[in-house]
Design a protein around this ligand. Sequence first.
Ligand SMILES: NC(=O)c1ccc[n+]([C@@H]2O[C@H](COP(=O)([O-])OP(=O)(O)OC[C@H]3O[C@@H](n4cnc5c(N)ncnc54)[C@H](OP(=O)(O)O)[C@@H]3O)[C@@H](O)[C@H]2O)c1
Length: 242
Amino acid sequence: MDKKIALVTGASRGIGAAIANKLVELGYYVLGTATSDQGALAISEQLSDSGVGYKLDVGSEGSIKAFFADLKSSDLLPLVVVNNAGITDDGLALRMKGDQWQRVIDTNLSGAFRVAQAAFRSMTKARWGRIVNVSSVVAQAGNPGQANYCASKAGLEGMTRSLAKELANRNITINCVAPGFIASDMTEMLNDQQKDAILTQIPMGRMGDANEVAAVVGFLCTEPASYVTGQVLQVNGGMYMS
Ligand SMILES: NC(=O)c1ccc[n+]([C@@H]2O[C@H](COP(=O)([O-])OP(=O)(O)OC[C@H]3O[C@@H](n4cnc5c(N)ncnc54)[C@H](OP(=O)(O)O)[C@@H]3O)[C@@H](O)[C@H]2O)c1
């Protein structure tokens, strides 16, 4: 394999699919994941010779272990990891169930840590690596009804800064990209009233496009970004300025 290998979790649709396409454009061989065999097959068909789809549940430690064992035996360990897979399960804190909290933390935060940890060995050996964690504007801004999601994304940002300090001397950069409201299945769940209320908070007056997020993730995976680490790059149309 001449090309560098990039892994994108949650590449079956939305922001992850756009990131997978961007990384192909940048010359990477892309491993894209979905939660079903059918989704993995669709990714393989979409990526054609430029990559392959896999089934992975980032909320399961066993699934991550088995996946990386498979990659190792196929000599496909990635030097670029984009932790994009994420879920919401909204509810006001007063009524939030324990498993509702835990599932979001397990998927969005613990999953990202375990995937990054599994990839460190090959990155350390190569003395080169890139990790991009997809956070959210609400990690810093907060959002009622999303205590679990906001905690998972704020945790991701703190974890990113820590890992960036640990691995900087191995030439491994670790950053977050924090999208604002981007048109995807995730935001399609909102009703028109909720969407209108959000639009009033966005100075650009529109939702973002997945390709606008992918462009920033792609930049972090190029050589010109080699001195950027431990950062959170906001892609939110001016909605929140940190
Ligand atoms: N859309 C937004 O406005 C927005 C804003 C800020 C941040 N984000 C973040 O951006 C990322 C992508 O969001 P999106 O809007 O593109 O979401 P989406 O359209 O809902 O897609 C989610 C992706 O994650 C995968 N996924 C879900 N649960 C998973 C699990 N347990 N293990 C592995 N993969 C799993 C899905 O796979 P399947 O297709 O197999 O279900 C799918 O590929 C997420 O981390 C999200 O929090 C989105």
